[in-house]
Design a protein around this ligand. Sequence first.
Ligand code: G3P
Ligand code: MG
Length: 248
Amino acid sequence: MLDAWPLPRLIAHRGGGALAPENTLAGIREAARRAYRAVEFDVMLSADGVPVLIHDQVLERTTDGHGRVCDLSFAQLSQLDAGRRFAPRFAGEPIPRFDQALELCHSLGLAANVEIKPAGGTDRDTGRVVAAWAAEFGRDVPIVLSSFSLAALEEVQTTAPDLPRGVLFGDPPLDWLGIVQAAGALSMHCAWTRLRPVDLAAARSAGVALVTYTCNDPREVERLLEAGVSSVITDALDRMPNRGAGDL
Ligand code: G3P
Ligand code: MG
């Protein structure tokens, strides 16, 4: 099963990690510019059901908009500035549509860990739409769809059963393997500080890939990979060893 793991060992978090505005095309370009071969980003639905890249359910932290993402249409969201809050030189950077991010990944030769981030109560709709768009627009991009929402992942399985799925946890519960296997998932994703040696052993014997986030210490990244973690998500794109190769 692990032979089929489609992602490289290092993944840039929210596009360009700490080096560019999160969940933007500028961030994805930054990851590629630094020779990374995969990005993680978050996808949520607009009020009219268009999947867009954004982490928070509200707009204030990362954009010049106000209120909830799920209350604005894509036309409204696309008018917002998602770059200036990070740095003035990114002013005018828009909230990308999911297909735009996938097309950019394809043109840059990047794999994608797409995190499905349903706004409250939209788990099934978000899972279904993200899976359908990933199947249509991400055909040539190695993809893993992950989520904290098991309901969203169930919809992915129904909509695009061949797309690899990962179950996200903060702190994995003791029965995480049963949950991952019941979801038919390829991978378990968790906070790197919460991974226990027993989890590594369980994953290895079950053939489940492990992904840890968000580790910014190069020595810890190396330790995690040596211990058997398949991929590590990082914000510190400029601090990882051998980053010129894009992969440890
Ligand atoms: O996909 C791993 C990681 O991105 C999950 O946490 O809050 O950064 O989306 P968050
Ligand atoms: Mg995420």
